[in-house]
Ligand binder design. Sequence first.
Ligand code: NDP
Ligand code: GDR
Length: 334
Amino acid sequence: MRRALITGITGQDGTYLAELLLAKGYEVFGLVRGQNNPKAAYLECALPDVRVLTGDLLDLPSLMRSFARADPDEVYNLGAISFVAHSWENARMVADVTGGGVLNMLEAARLHQERSGRQVRFYQASSSEMFGKAQAVPQNETTLLWPRSPYGVAKVFGHHMTISYRETYGMHASSGILFNHESPRRGREFVTRKISRAVARIALGMQHELVLGNLDAMRDWGFAGDYVEAMHLMLRQDLPDDYVIATGETHSVREFLDVAFAQIGVDDWSGFVRTSARFVRPAEVDLLVGDWSKAEFVLGWRPKVGFEELVAMMVAADLDAEARTETAPVPAGH
Ligand code: NDP
Ligand code: GDR
């Protein structure tokens, strides 16, 4: 039985990946941080077969202990402070966790390999945010990295550190350069979920207004369930490498609003949506669209869920969830 260790298991991707690996017969260990982390209880209910380990990406001894306990064949480093907008106000913390945490994980993996004499295959959750002020359209594995946020800079550090450990120590370390991927499990602070939840609440009369930032930003949005399959495929290759994972289609926030409001029969959403400088970023990433041809050629991976299906899935899930919650007004912008 193969063993996998996942950091960030309480996040969107962590739960989908754990489900995938459990279904494939893996023994799955998940790193959960903090005393009394409320998400640990949720994890125990949702994924009772996951073996929970406590630790923090900032705490190398806790990571080394986790490697000793799990003795993993495969490690998926999904843990990060992942909300880009938050990263300007918390740049030091984001640099330490999202960037420095990768180094801690790589070092813990290397030391564990040395001690156990067994190979550890390592996956790093790199991001399209690294392309930032994109120097080519579409972006592929060789496009120049030009990050625009402290989060993007931290991800570039983690990305290059992963390549460095691969080249220096011969580690089986791969980076997935994943473009935005969403699902009903997406955090409420991200624009897709903020919209799908607001649309559901507007349909149910629980909310009357949605306040957003830049509606012209263009993103390549895919489905998280498809993307975790690519992570696993990368670690099943004989050789480690870096892969762009995307759909190859790009849409604006405005188009996301069109499709989301259409789910509740609203063609003109202008009366429900207003913009505020509060949600506009100090530096924006204007256009992301990924070229995933290498992943298709080498991994045999392709995205299954398209844009409209993804938006419809998210709105339907929020309609269902909100209908079951108590009616409570939310402040504009949330
Ligand atoms: P989430 O924000 O949903 O999850 C982040 C996870 O990291 C949570 O489990 C969180 O734990 C954990 N974490 C945060 N800080 C620490 C820490 N100090 N030590 C240990 N764990 C920590 O992210 P996603 O699931 O969406 O993304 C997974 C990874 O992929 C992230 O690294 C993200 O940056 C990257 N990525 C995501 C993309 C996307 O579109 N979703 C695209 C490209 C890359 P807790 O629950 O306790 O806060
Ligand atoms: P992103 O996702 O920054 O691409 O990072 P997010 O959904 O936060 O923003 C996407 C785009 O929407 C614009 N936008 C808003 N965004 C938010 N959150 N809230 C708003 O009100 C709003 N209005 C407009 C943003 O300006 C932006 O252009 C995600 C994260 O998952 C990262 O961890 C990951 O690395 C990248 O995707 C790829």
